[in-house]
Every structure is written in structure tokens, then in C-alpha cells.
Design a protein around this ligand. Structure first.
Ligand code: NAP
Length: 339
């Protein structure tokens, strides 16, 4: 069978080419180019998805600019490509319609509405993308639009991963730094659901948003420095790399955990100090976590937070906006009107 011939007969209508935003180099948004590329073919345990909506995340911008947390410069080049991105099509969240499935795939069939996360394999800023079953792929809840569904994986998977790592319990107190971002808006909601008492750190303009998501208290970082207060928390999650384990130590209770979602290599390697410890590293893309997020969103218990939606043709503008570091929740790009 030729390489591009698919086992599933429903795949015969898959076009041989597609439009894709290609990141030709590391640099500004000018390195992004809309190209016609071969449509990918799914392997035996892959699902080919026609992309309806994708997110443009802070990770996409980090890969393009190679503006990585301190200490990750060389590691980033080794992971993503020494001179230019090895996988030039960015985008790690997709919501769309199954176009074809590999021969060993069960549970998905052409026509299914799905949402997935490809993690570091990216590839979602295109007309079609391949999602390996080894990554996260679940059915899209009917209650969510494609844009709403795709706004959840990036921030939600990271938030869930770190809350699980920290074993956040009901009754614990938690500080979320960067509460208005993609990870932060999910973290506030998921922590609150676990019964934690949540303090959000954000600018005044985002206070109403994070309160509406369940934050009990808000600290406006443009006016107050939480490290200068005498308050303490059981868990401090820094989702924007604005603090450090050392600076937060006096603000952590006994057995406190510092969650370094976006911290430097030093934070990742930080040793426990007495009963207090720092937790860092990449979040896993687990299908069961994505299913949890979708179930919560379908029941109304997790609110998608979409800052704005761009047409696919304007993806560089979406990148530029995300790069400002000011987005609230997630920025979404859509191909066309939702099916
Ligand atoms: N470890 C992992 O596996 C993992 C997974 C996902 C993401 N991440 C990392 O997590 C980071 C956050 O991603 P994201 O997409 O959630 O970020 P984001 O959405 O880009 O964060 C932007 C938000 O952060 C707020 N903010 C900026 N500086 C702040 C400060 N000093 N204090 C409090 N809030 C501040 C901004 O609000 P204002 O405009 O009001 O300042 C804005 O709403 C990224 O660096 C990403 O690479 C890591």
C-alpha cells in the first residue's frame, strides 16, 4: 500500500495537500508562513483530524521565539531543533472532526467531533493534524463549541497535573500567581472544586474575572507584593514565572508546596527546604485528564475562558497578541464557521 494510502475507506476523500502555518525559523512573527503542505497520513495508532479550531498558546510563542525560562536555552534547542523548529507546524491543541483513523484505532471513527492535545509534537496549526492515541484525544462534549473545547487542554492539563502532583486537599489554602492566564484560570477553578481556599494574584483589571471563576480573595500584583505580607499558604502556584521558591519560602506553611509551572531550571532542580518543597517539570498530556476536563466543562463546573478568536488566516496576529503576555485565558484560531 503506498505510504499515503489509508486503511480506512472513509479517508479516500482526504485531500493530498493542506494549508499550514509553518514556522520557518526562530524569531518574530515574520518567520510564520502560510504554506501548502502534504496532508499527513495517520499511522496505525493515529487519528487524522480535520482542524476546526486550535489554540495559540504561550508555548507556541516560546517555541517560535526561543524565549524560554532561564536555564532552558540549550535544552530548548535540543528539544525543538538546533537552528530552526524541527517540527515547523506549531499548535498543540486541536478541536475538529475525525477524517480518518489508523487500522489499530478503536473508539473513534470518521465524522466524530473530537478534542486533542499533541504536546511537544505540535502540528495543529494546519488544515489537518495527526493525533497519536498515545497523546490525548477524546470526544468533544456536544455542549461545548469547538472553540470552547480547544481552549481547555493547554491550561487545564497543566493545572490538573500540578494540582495532582501537589495533592491539593480540601481545606488547604492556595495562592495562584498569574490567575488570569490559560493555566491560571483553570488552576483557580480546579483548586476551588477540590475545596481549596484560593487567593488569586492578578492585575486589578482581571480581578472580576478571577472572582467569577471562584477565587475567594485577590491580590493585585501591580499594587501589592504578596511576599511582603505576613500571610502564608499551603500551596503557591506560579503560572507565569514571576517568583521563586526561595522568595516564597517564608510565605509557605509547614509541608507547603511551591508549584513552578513556568519557572527557571533552578526552580526545577530546587531541593526541599525542611518540610517545604518545589514541584516543577513538564505536565503530562494524559487522555484521562483531558476527559476529566471535558466532563467538568460539559457539566458546567469548568468554564472555558477565551480571550479572543482569530481567523486561521490571521495566525501571526494571534501570536503577536499572545506574545504581549497580557491575554486572559486562551487565544483561539478557527478555520471557518463551526460545523
Ligand atoms: N510546565 C508545563 O508543563 C507548562 C504547561 C503549560 C504552560 N506552561 C507555562 O506556563 C506559563 C503560563 O502560560 P499561560 O498560557 O497560562 O500564560 P499567559 O496566559 O500568557 O499569562 C498571561 C496572563 O498572566 C498575567 N500576568 C502576567 N504577569 C503577571 C504577574 N507578574 N503576576 C500575575 N499575573 C501576571 C497577565 O495578566 P495582566 O495582563 O493583568 O498582567 C495575563 O492575563 C507559560 O510560561 C507556559 O510556558 C508550562
Amino acid at each position: 500500500m503506498p505510504a499515503n494510502t489509508l486503511a480506512n475507506p472513509a479517508a479516500v476523500h482526504t485531500p493530498t495537500t493542506m494549508q499550514a502555518w509553518v514556522c520557518r525559523d526562530y524569531g518574530g512573527t515574520e518567520v510564520l508562513e502560510l504554506q501548502t503542505r502534504p496532508c499527513p497520513a495517520p499511522g496505525p495508532r493515529d487519528v487524522l483530524v480535520r482542524v476546526v479550531a486550535a489554540s495559540v498558546s504561550s508555548a507556541d510563542v516560546r517555541i517560535r521565539t526561543q524565549n524560554l525560562p532561564r536555564g532552558f536555552g540549550l535544552l530548548g534547542r535540543l528539544a525543538f531543533g538546533l537552528l530552526r523548529p524541527r517540527q515547523p507546524i506549531l499548535g498543540s491543541d486541536v478541536a475538529g472532526v475525525v477524517q480518518a483513523v489508523g487500522r489499530d484505532v478503536q473508539g473513534f471513527q470518521p465524522g466524530d467531533a473530537v478534542v486533542g492535545a499533541t504536546g511537544a509534537a505540535t502540528g495543529c496549526h494546519a488544515g489537518f493534524c495527526v493525533v497519536p492515541l498515545a497523546k490525548s484525544l477524546v470526544h468533544k462534549p456536544a455542549r461545548l463549541s469547538f472553540a470552547e473545547a480547544v481552549s481547555l487542554p493547554f491550561g487545564g492539563l497543566a493545572a490538573l497535573h500540578f494540582l495532582n502532583q501537589a495533592q491539593v486537599q480540601a481545606g488547604e489554602t492556595m495562592l495562584v500567581i498569574g490567575a488570569s492566564g490559560a493555566v491560571g484560570t483553570a488552576m483557580v477553578q480546579l483548586a476551588r472544586q477540590r475545596g481549596a481556599w484560593v487567593t488569586a494574584v492578578c492585575s486589578g483589571g482581571n480581578a472580576a474575572l478571577v472572582r467569577s471563576l471562584g477565587a475567594h480573595a485577590v491580590i493585585d500584583y501591580t499594587e501589592n507584593d504578596f511576599t511582603q505580607t505576613d500571610q502564608r499558604w499551603d500551596v503557591i502556584a506560579d503560572t507565569v514565572g514571576a517568583s521563586s521558591f526561595t522568595a516564597c519560602l517564608p510565605r509557605l506553611n509547614e509541608h507547603g508546596r511551591y508549584l513552578s509551572v513556568a519557572g527557571s531550571l533552578m526552580e526545577l532542580l530546587a531541593r526541599p527546604r525542611g518540610t517545604r518543597r518545589s514541584i516543577g517539570g513538564p505536565a503530562a498530556e494524559r487522555t484521562e485528564d483531558l476527559q476529566t476536563l471535558m466532563n467538568l466543562a460539559a457539566s458546567g463546573a469548568l468554564q472555558p475562558v477565551i480571550d479572543c478568536t482569530y481567523p486561521f488566516a490571521d495566525l501571526p496576529a494571534a501570536h503577536a497578541y499572545v506574545e504581549t503576555g497580557r491575554k486572559r485565558g486562551t487565544v483561539v484560531v478557527t478555520w471557518a464557521d463551526e460545523p
